[in-house]
Design a protein around this ligand. Structure first.
Ligand SMILES: Cc1ncc(COP(=O)(O)O)c(C=O)c1O
Length: 464
C-alpha cells in the first residue's frame, strides 16, 4: 500500500488525497520514482518567513530556502505586489528582434551596475541550467568569431553543479547526473574539487593542497593544448556537491593559471549570488575576476523563474560582432527576461539591499557556524564547513577514517529524515547535511534550528 513519509512514522495514503494523486500523476525531479510510490510526497501548502507548512498544518524551518533560493523568505508582500502590478500593465513581452520592455531594461542595468567587476551586458534565461548552456554556446560562438575554431573545450570540476540540461549536466561533476543519460558531452574536461578535508593527501597543508590543485589544472591545460581550452566554469563555493568552501589561496592560484593561458572564467553564482556568502556576490568574497557571472535563484528568490548571464566586454564584443556578420544572434528563449519575472527580480534585489539582508546573512551565518562548530565533538560530526549563511556538516561514524555507514548516504538520509520529523527541511548530499536558510533568518531562529539539529544527531546516534 502507498504510504506517506511526512514524519519518521510511515502512515497510509488516503484514497484521492493530494498524496495519492501525486503518486498517480506526478513524476518527480530528483526522486527515486519507485520508492515514491511507496512513501509518497510531503505536500507543502503554504509558507511564511523562514517556515513552510504541510497539508496537515505541521510547521518546518525551511533550512534550504527551498532550493538554496528563497532569500527574502516566504510570503513576501512586496514581491506579490510587484508581480501583480506588472501582470496588469504588461504580462508578457520578449526581447527578440530589437523589442524590449521596461523591467528587462531596468534589471539589465541593475545587474551590470551592481556587478563587483566591470561588466558590459546581461542576457536573460529562465533557469541556472539554461544560463550555463547558453554560456557554453556563447563560448563556442565567440571562439568561431575570433577565428579560433579549435578553442572549444571547457574545464569544470569534480562535484561541481551547473545544472541538468545536456550541456550544463555535462559541466556538472556528479555521477548521478551522467549515469544512464549518455553524458557528459565530449570536450568537457574535469579537474579536482577544492575539498581539502576529503581530498588532501596525508600531511598536506591547505596551502600545499591549493598549489596542487592549481598545478593539476595547469597540467590538464598543457596536456590538452592551451589553444584548445576556452573557459573554466566554477561555483565560488560549491553548493550541491557538498557546500565546499575552497581553502585560502586556492582561488588566487587557480586564477593565475587561467590568466597565464588566456582562459575565460565563468563564475556560476547561481547559489552564491545576492548575499549568500556574506557579500553580495561570491566573486567579492573570494576576490574573483570572472569574465561571466551566472545568476538565478536568489535573483528573484525563486518566486518566478529567471536567470541571467552577466558578461564583460571581452566576452560579449566578439559575440556582438559575429551577430552582425551572421545577421542575428540566433539564440533566445520565449520567456527569457519575462517582464513579470524581471519586475519581481528587481523588487527582490531592492529588498535585499534596503533591508540589509547581506549584513543579516553575516550575523546569522556567524551564529549558525559557531553553533555547528560547537557540535564538532559529537560522535557523528566529521567536518563543519561554511561561509556567510551557507554551511554543511559532514557526518561520519568513524572520525579518524572519515567514514560513515555503508552504503554512502545512509547516515545522511537518516539524519535528514530525523530533521524533517523534528520540523526542519534540510538536504542530505551523500552524508553531508546542508544548511542554507533564507537570508532573513534571525539569530534566535538560527538557535531554534541548531537545537533541532543537535536533538536529531543525538536521536540518530542512539538509533544506529
Ligand atoms: C551553482 C548552480 N548552477 C546551476 C544550477 C542549475 O539551476 P536550475 O536548477 O535553475 O537549472 C544550480 C541549481 O541548483 C546550481 O546550484
Amino acid at each position: 500500500m502507498s504510504t506517506t513519509s511526512t514524519s519518521d512514522t510511515v502512515s497510509p495514503v488516503a484514497p484521492n488525497s493530494a498524496e495519492a494523486r501525486d503518486i498517480a500523476y506526478h513524476l518527480h525531479a530528483y526522486t527515486n520514482a519507485r520508492k515514491h510510490e511507496e512513501i509518497g510526497p510531503l505536500v507543502i501548502d503554504r509558507g511564511e518567513g523562514i517556515h513552510v507548512f504541510d497539508l496537515a498544518g505541521n510547521r518546518y524551518i525551511e533550512a534550504m530556502a527551498g532550493l538554496w533560493s528563497v532569500a527574502v523568505g516566504f510570503g513576501d508582500k512586496r514581491l506579490a505586489a510587484a508581480a501583480a502590478r506588472q501582470f496588469e500593465k504588461l504580462p508578457y513581452y520578449h526581447d527578440f528582434t530589437h523589442k524590449s520592455h521596461g523591467p528587462v531594461i531596468d534589471l539589465a542595468e541593475k545587474l551590470v551596475s551592481m556587478a563587483p567587476v566591470p561588466m558590459s551586458k546581461a542576457f536573460f534565461t529562465n533557469s541556472g541550467s539554461e544560463a550555463n548552456d547558453t554560456v557554453l554556446k556563447m563560448i563556442w560562438y565567440r571562439s568561431n568569431a575570433l577565428g579560433q575554431p579549435e578553442r572549444k573545450k571547457v574545464i569544470a570540476r569534480e562535484r561541481a553543479y551547473h545544472g541538468v540540461t545536456i550541456a550544463s549536466a555535462s559541466l556538472t561533476g556528479l555521477p548521478n547526473n551522467h549515469k544512464s543519460f549518455d553524458l557528459p558531452l565530449a570536450g568537457i574536461l574535469r579537474t579536482g574539487s577544492p575539498h581539502f578535508w576529503r581530498d588532501a593527501l596525508p600531511g598536506e597543508t591547505e596551502e600545499a593542497f591549493a598549489t596542487r590543485r592549481a598545478d593539476e589544472l595547469e597540467q590538464l591545460i598543457l596536456a590538452e593544448g592551451p589553444e584548445t581550452v576556452a573557459a573554466f566554469f566554477a561555483e565560488p563555493v560549491m553548493g550541491a556537491g557538498g557546500v565546499i568552501v575552497p581553502p585560502a589561496t586556492y582561488w588566487d592560484k587557480i586564477q593565475a593559471v587561467l590568466r597565464k593561458y588566456d582562459i575565460l572564467f565563468v563564475a556560476d553564482e547561481v547559489i552564491c549570488g545576492f548575499g549568500r556568502t556574506g557579500r553580495m556576490f561570491g566573486t567579492e568574497t573570494f576576490n574573483l575576476k570572472p569574465d561571466v557571472m551566472v545568476v538565478s535563484k536568489a535573483l528573484s528568490s525563486s518566486y518566478l523563474p529567471i536567470s541571467a548571464i552577466i558578461a564583460n566586454e571581452r566576452f560579449v564584443a566578439p559575440i556582438m560582432d559575429q551577430s552582425n556578420t551572421i545577421g542575428t544572434f540566433g539564440h533566445g528563449f520565449t520567456a527569457g527576461g519575462h517582464p513579470v519575472a524581471a519586475a519581481v527580480a528587481l523588487e527582490n534585489v531592492r529588498i535585499i539591499e534596503e533591508e540589509g539582508l547581506v549584513a543579516n546573512a553575516v550575523a546569522s551565518g556567524r551564529r549558525l557556524l559557531e553553533g555547528l562548530h560547537a557540535l564538532a565533538g559529537h560522535p557523528l560530526v566529521g567536518e563543519v564547513r561554511g561561509v556567510g549563511l551557507i554551511a554543511a556538516v559532514e557526518l561520519v561514524t568513524d572520525k579518524a577514517a572519515k567514514k560513515a555507514l555503508e552504503p554512502a548516504g545512509t547516515l545522511g538520509g537518516l539524519v535528514n529524515a530525523g530533521l524533517q520529523a523534528n520540523g526542519v527541511i534540510s538536504r542530505a548530499m551523500g552524508d553531508a547535511i546542508a544548511f542554507c536558510p533564507p537570508l532573513i533568518i534571525t539569530e534566535s531562529e538560527v538557535d531554534d534550528l541548531l537545537s533541532r539539529f543537535a536533538l536529531t544527531l543525538d536521536t540518530v546516534a542512539k538509533q544506529i
